[in-house]
Design a protein around this ligand. Structure first.
Ligand SMILES: C[S@@+](CC[C@H](N)C(=O)[O-])C[C@H]1O[C@@H](n2cnc3c(N)ncnc32)[C@H](O)[C@@H]1O
Length: 213
């Protein structure tokens, strides 16, 4: 999969690219490209945003700047999903992550300050996604959230069996995963449920099923 991020701070993604599972699939199943709006802005002095028409606080990411970034990256060839990250977008769910992870090419658009000129969302993006009902300072953390969530769904990202039985998976009928415990079996009077120490796989399985939330 090719995943492109358009941002003002491409270097902010360096940390994530060193972490698993992104690092595991990078260069193999995942081709990550980071684009700065400043590198292709048609405006002078690296300008990318402007004051809002009608007045008010903050700056708005310009439509000509984003159009120019997309043109520089793709020319007129644009058949892939282009996702604007916005608090007004469709609320991100695991189902949306799974859907995006099956695409061969996805672009993520990040904004800052007041956000996008609405024409970007209407005419340049194919989707608009919110990572939750709260406001962050820019779209870079949302882009990283999507990048991580998509990367872990790509083949080879995680060891076999670890994604099948996760929260929100079909195997758990969309439910939340059962609780996990590890050593010590008792800590300050807090005991691990006996069934998990029993070695009886059938009982453990049924305990886990009962504890899907
Ligand atoms: C400060 S926010 C803009 C907030 C906007 N003026 C509003 O009131 O909805 C700047 C940018 O951060 C990103 N952003 C902030 N919160 C987000 C969220 N919950 N989901 C996705 N992107 C978000 C978007 O790219 C947004 O355009």
């Amino acid at each position: 999969m090719q995943l492109d991020v358009f941002t003002l701070v491409p270097h902010a993604f360096a940390w994530l690219t060193e972490q698993r599972p992104v690092a595991t699939v990078l260069g193999g199943e995942l081709d990550l490209r980071l684009y700065s709006y400043r590198d292709s802005t048609p405006l002078r002095n690296g300008q990318v945003d402007d004051e809002p028409y009608g007045g008010g606080a903050g700056m708005v990411l310009r439509v000509d700047v984003v159009a120019s970034a997309l043109q520089a990256a793709y020319g007129d060839e644009r058949s892939h999903r282009i996702v604007a990250l916005s608090p007004q977008g469709r609320l991100l769910t695991q189902a949306i992550v799974e859907e995006l992870a099956t695409e061969s090419h996805v672009a993520l658009l990040s904004a800052r300050f007041e956000g996008f000129d609405e024409r970007i969302v209407e005419h340049l993006a194919t989707d608009s996604i919110s990572i939750g009902p709260y406001v962050l300072s820019n779209g870079d953390l949302p882009a990283m959230v999507l990048l991580d969530a998509i990367a872990r769904r790509l083949p080879g990202a995680l060891s076999e069996g670890s994604v099948e039985l996760e929260s929100f998976s079909d195997e758990l009928e969309g439910g939340l995963e059962y609780p996990h415990y590890t050593r010590p079996a008792e800590y300050g009077g807090w005991r691990v449920p006996d069934v998990l120490l029993s070695g009886d796989h059938a009982r453990i399985e049924s305990w886990r099923k009962e504890h899907v939330r």
